[in-house]
Structures are given as C-alpha cells and as structure tokens.
Design a protein around this ligand. Structure first.
Ligand code: NAG
Ligand code: NAG
Ligand code: NAG
Ligand code: NAG
Length: 423
C-alpha cells in the first residue's frame, strides 16, 4: 500500500512539473511575440552592482564606487536594482541625487559603516551622511545594516561636553523630497545624530526597521518626520538616546503602528514652535505600541512663543512599562542652554484622543497636561486609561490650562481635580 501511495505521489509531482514548465514555455513565447509586436520589454530589471564599479567591500572607503554606480543606476531607462552585496563597506558623506529616469530599488544586503573621521565633513553639509534627494518611486531595503559610527560625534556634542559649541551632526539616512517611497527591512545603528529622517516627502511606507543606539547617545532620534504627508511607519523596534519617533512641523497624515520603543524619549509630536516659529501638525495616529523604560511615552511638546497647531491626534492601544511620563503635553518645552521665558503666544493643541493606554509609570505623575496660559489645550479626551506606579500604588495626574473630558469610567489615575485646573 505504502509503495503504491509513494508511486502515485511521484507521478503527481512529475505531471505537475511538466505542466508548469510547458506553461512557462507558452507564456515565454507569448511575451516574445508581444515584444516583437509592440516593442515592449519584459526582461528582468537591470541590476547595477556596486562591486562592478570598484567597490571592494573590504571595510575601506568605497564612496567613489557607490557614486559611480548611482549615476549609472539613476540614468537607467529601465527599472533598476542598485545592489549592495553582503560585504563590509565604508562611506564618507554621500548624496544619491534624483530625479532618476526610472524606478530605483536599492538593496542593501551588506554592512555600511560611516567614516568616523569628522574632517570628512569639512566643506560639506554636516547635517547629512547618506542623503537620498528628490527621487520618486524609490525603494530601499535588503536586510542589511547601516552603522553611523557615532561615538566621535557624541563625544563632540555640546550635550555631552558642555564646554564645546553646539554644532550640527549628521543624520545617518535622509530622504528629502521623495514621493512614493518604500523603506523596509533595514538595521540602523549608532547614528551620529538622527537615524532616519523624512523631509518634505509624500506617500511613504516604512516597515520592519530596527534602530539601536545607546541610551546616553545625544539627539539620536530613531525616525524623524518633517514636512511630510501620508507616511505609514509599522513594525519597527527602536532603542535610542532620544525620541523613538519625532513628528514635527508640516507633517500631516502620519501613522505609526506596532512600534516597540525603549530606551528612548518616547514618541513625540514636536518639538514645535521653537524661535517663535509657526508650526502645523495634524492627523496623527499612533496605534499599538510598547514603551519600556523610556523617559516619555506619548508626548506633545511645544515651545513658548510659537504659533500654529497640533491637532487631530490619536494615541491608542499602548502598553507602558516603567515610563517616567507616560502621557504628557508639555507646552513649556525648553531645550536650550538659556532659560525660556513665559510668552503670549503658543502652538494650539486640540482634538487629542488617548485610548486604551495601560501599564506602569516610573514617576508619581502618570498623566501630565502642562498647557499654555494664553492658548489652553482643548478637546482632549481620555478613554480607558489604566496607569499605576511601577512597583505598585496609585499614580496621579497634573493639569494646567487644559480643557479635557473622559469617556467611560475606566480612567486611572482619576482625572485632575477641577480645583487645580486653572482654566
Ligand atoms: C514605479 O513605481 C510605482 C510605485 O511607486 C509603480 O506604480 C510603477 O508601476 C513603477 N513603474 C515601473 C515601470 O515599474
Ligand atoms: C571637552 O572639550 C574640551 C575642549 O575641546 C576638551 O579640552 C576636553 O578634554 C573635553 N572633555 C571631555 C571629557 O572629553
Ligand atoms: C510587530 O512588529 C514586530 C517587530 O518588527 C514583528 O515581529 C511582528 O510580527 C509585528 N506584528 C504584526 C502583527 O505585524
Ligand atoms: C507589547 O507587549 C505585549 C506584552 O508583553 C505583547 O503581547 C505585544 O505583542 C507587544 N507589542 C508590541 C507592539 O511590541
């Protein structure tokens, strides 16, 4: 019996293979005749391999080869894969400029290290290491690793060494003015400053990015979003010395889903309104996130003296573990060497929903609304909140100039006492 079954199985497999190969043959013939008729091209994507342009992948500087290969890839009239195979490369600051003739997909399978020699930035923009500029329909992925080698920059930061002047430090990867962008499957480590920044981009998908830098590394935000519309960030694990995700002015339609954050400063809208600037952020959804050991959970931070708004923001389905300020609006944000004084104007914060947020607070105040006297926060809604102190005990809330309501009775810590609400 068993033998017959086995025989039948082999026969089945043989028939299946025959069928599929004759199908392929037929399809191939069909494609060829189409080609002849219409001049279409069904051949595979062009592959531009940095190795063919002189990249040795031996851990020494390969910038020139990457640049040469990029020029060829970007001017290809067919969709092209820019391939970085699984070796170890070192790059100085480098710009991948667009627009490109056709769609480009950058596959990074290897390890790319940043030069740790600060003088490589002499005469160059200190804000960038790898810059993708004005490229539409770009895809970047491949599962490889990008290492900013930031230690020298951190040691030279004015936040670490107070006797040094504050100067710019590079963002490891910047996407500027890119439309229809996909960034997937990358590991980004030890950036000089921000790890990945999206600046004036639109229609962006970011997924399965893992970011890590030491807790004490200065200004090493994970993902920074500025002036960008329609961006979906999902399935990311972020451990840094600053915000896991920061969303600043000009951003609209920002979704962050399934995010693990910690250590770090949490997920922030802001800071907004620095140097009396006008800021606009709206339609932000943070859904499904874990914060562990972070200084903040979900935060909105604005400077005094700014104008504009932060509105229509939802934070939901969130776990907090030992987070210092799990829920915080800080309209007195001041991250400068000089103290900030009270001012008449502020970025208006309104229409904010906090829903299904639970876990533990490292400090007594788990919900902190510190809003502007001149422009109070309004339409702030809390629904199904359960935050207690790490190690046990009830947490508290604190409110200044905030008009807020709760939905349902599951809101702990209990709402701020109306008496201390000087609204
Ligand atoms: C280029 O990418 C866009 C999506 O960003 C896609 O709609 C389009 O079909 C692609 N074009 C080619 C020729 O592959
Ligand atoms: C801080 O910077 C000063 C000035 O460059 C330098 O002399 C000093 O050694 C630095 N301190 C540390 C701890 O690196
Ligand atoms: C959430 O993200 C993690 C880390 O990237 C991933 O392993 C997991 O599969 C994601 N969950 C869902 C439901 O996509
Ligand atoms: C968050 O933690 C919980 C409990 O540890 C786990 O079940 C869930 O998958 C985690 N979610 C994310 C987004 O990391």
């Amino acid at each position: 019996m068993a033998f017959l079954k086995l025989l039948a199985f082999f026969l089945f497999v043989i028939v299946a293979i025959e069928a599929s190969s004759s199908y392929e043959k037929k399809m191939g013939a069909m494609m060829e005749s189409f080609d002849l008729l219409a001049g279409f091209d069904y051949s595979d994507k062009v592959v531009i391999n940095v190795g063919d342009y002189g990249a040795k992948g031996d851990g020494k500087d390969d910038s020139e080869a990457f640049e040469k290969a990029w020029k060829v890839a970007c001017s290809s009239s067919k969709p092209v894969t820019y391939m970085v195979p699984n070796y170890k490369y070192l790059l100085k600051p480098l710009t991948f400029s667009g627009p490109c003739k056709s769609n480009v997909s950058v596959m990074i399978e290897g390890l790319i290290d940043a030069s740790s020699d600060l003088s490589d930035w002499d005469g160059k923009n200190r804000r960038h290491w790898l810059l993708f500029d004005e490229i539409n329909d770009l895809e970047v992925g491949g599962g490889g690793t990008i290492n900013g080698n930031g230690k020298t920059w951190w040691d030279n930061s004015c936040k670490i060494n107070k006797s040094l002047p504050c100067r710019d430090a590079p963002t490891a990867i910047t996407f500027s003015k890119c439309k229809n962008l996909k960034v997937n499957d990358l590991n980004i480590r030890n950036s000089q400053q921000i790890h990945v920044s999206f600046e004036r981009c639109s229609k962006v998908q970011v997924s399965r990015i893992s970011i890590s830098a030491p807790e004490k590394s200065p200004n090493t935000d994970g993902i920074h979003v500025t002036g960008t519309q329609d961006i979906d960030i999902s399935n990311c694990v972020i451990e840094t010395g600053d915000d896991c995700i920061s969303i600043v002015s000009g951003s609209q339609g920002v979704k962050a889903m399934n995010i693990t954050c910690g250590p770090g400063h949490g997920i922030s809208v802001g800071s907004l309104g620095a140097h009396k600037s006008e800021a606009h952020v709206s339609d932000v959804l943070v859904d499904t996130a874990n914060f562990s050991g972070t200084s903040n959970g979900v935060r909105i931070k604005t400077w005094q003296g700014g104008s504009g708004y932060a509105k229509n923001i939802i934070f939901q389905n969130i776990n907090m573990k030992n987070v210092r300020n799990p829920i915080i609006i800080d309209q007195d944000y001041c991250d400068s060497k000089k103290p900030c004084h009270e001012q008449k104007s502020a970025v208006e914060v309104s229409n904010i929903l906090y829903k299904n947020i639970k876990g533990t607070s490292a400090s007594e105040i788990a919900v902190n609304f510190e809003c502007s006297k001149s422009v109070p926060c309004h339409d702030i809604v809390l629904e199904n909140i359960n935050l207690v102190r790490e190690g046990g005990g009830a947490a508290k809330s604190s409110c200044k100039n905030v008009k807020w309501t709760r939905k349902g009775d599951q809101v702990f810590p209990v709402p701020c006492d109306i008496d201390i609400m000087d609204y």
